[in-house]
Design a protein around this ligand. Structure first.
Ligand code: M6R
Length: 355
């Protein structure tokens, strides 16, 4: 249900915030004025779990669209290593619940040391929102499933808005470029609906791989965070051991795992990573691995794949909002076919309020 609510969650997150005329965002609630945006020397994104994967995406967009140095940090590590953080840093705490203990503590620590704190949270009035100078709410609605799905794509959208806002304020993005990006951005809910319409096909692929013990997920560039998130979804709800890797790391170890019994989900959208990803696909095929290709163009690598999961085409920056959908569905169907509880996986809590 929540996977299928994503187009609506995205529409609600964008509503009233996008100005197609000016190519900019209505950004007052963020508490990051144009002057603040210009004064930012570095952005530090803090988060855990799925929200951390959204933060990795945010880092990429902030660097490419706003040309501001950005890092994504696991909140649970950041707070214990006496970090160098203070004035000039914009710290962005990303959290569905707004209550995750490690993210809250790390964010408060950064604020105490002089950073400006922005919350990207889903729950109104949550602890992280209250501790921050400004809040950019994801309007995904209540998320009950322990595995985060609609909040993930809403976080990607919110961080994209932040990157466009900073890019416009800092002069890294022209009004024309801003308009071009936002025109495509508002098309994404329709494209998400198209991606969701392929759910029966994803179910058939899930049937083909449901008995596997392990799986690999590979992506490069913006798709590397999608690979991590796809692997997390599968392990979380189906208990299949899954690893997400940046494609370039394959040769540095994981390739040793590939044999005929290993499904390898390869993210091969037709973007700047395509050629390199196709070499990864070939490396996997050469070891008899079963490639499941997530693509937006049938011609790209489909001949090498045992299965393909097709999504509509969009521009590179927005591709993860679409390519994650078949991976969420795949995890859902594998879990359902294996008879595990997709809403409440064993050993996990929706919100981790202890350290
Ligand atoms: O509420 P938060 O976004 O701060 O939660 C962070 C993680 O606990 C959360 O994303 C967790 O990894 C999910 N179960 C992933 O589906």
């Amino acid at each position: 249900k929540e996977i299928f609510e994503q187009p609506r969650a995205l529409e609600d997150t964008l509503r009233g915030r996008v100005s197609l005329e000016s190519g900019d965002l209505e950004a007052a609630e963020m508490g990051v004025s144009v002057e603040d945006a210009r004064a930012v020397k570095r952005v530090i994104l803090l988060a855990c779990g799925t929200s951390y994967h959204a933060a990795l995406h945010g880092r990429y967009l902030l660097e490419s669209l706003a040309r501001v140095p950005a890092v994504a940090e696991l909140a649970s590590e950041f707070r214990y290593r006496d970090p160098v953080v203070g004035e000039g840093d914009l710290v962005v705490a990303v959290s569905q619940s707004g209550e995750t203990a490690d993210t809250l503590a790390a964010a408060k620590e950064a604020r105490e040391r002089g950073a400006r704190l922005l919350a990207v949270v889903n729950v109104q009035g949550s602890a992280i929102a209250r501790a921050s100078h400004g809040t950019l709410y994801t309007h995904a609605g209540p998320e009950i499933g322990v595995a985060s799905t609609k909040c993930f794509t809403a976080q990607l959208a919110a961080l994209t808005m932040l990157a466009i806002h900073l890019g416009r304020a800092r002069g890294a993005l022209t009004a024309d470029k801003g308009r071009e990006l936002l025109h495509e951005f508002v098309q994404l809910p329709h494209k998400m609906r198209d991606a969701l319409a392929a759910s029966r096909h994803v179910e058939s692929v899930a049937r083909a791989v449901m008995h596997t013990r392990d799986a690999l997920f590979l992506g490069r560039g913006l798709s590397s965070a999608v690979a991590l998130e796809g692997a997390l979804k599968l392990k979380e709800i189906s208990y299949v051991h899954a690893e997400g890797y940046a494609g370039g790391e394959m040769k540095h170890g994981p390739l040793a795992l590939v044999d005929r019994d290993m499904p390898v989900v390869c993210l091969v959208p037709s973007d700047s990573t395509l050629e390199k990803m196709l070499s990864n696909v070939q490396e996997v095929r050469a070891r008899d691995g079963q490639v499941i290709a997530v693509l937006d163009d049938e011609k790209a690598g489909a001949g090498l794949a045992a299965h393909t999961l097709k999504v509509p085409r969009t521009i590179e920056w927005f591709t993860p909002l679409l390519t994650i959908i078949p991976l969420q569905l795949l995890s859902y169907y594998v879990a359902d076919l294996r008879g595990t509880d997709v809403d409440q996986p064993r050993n996990l809590a929706k919100t981790v309020t202890v350290e």
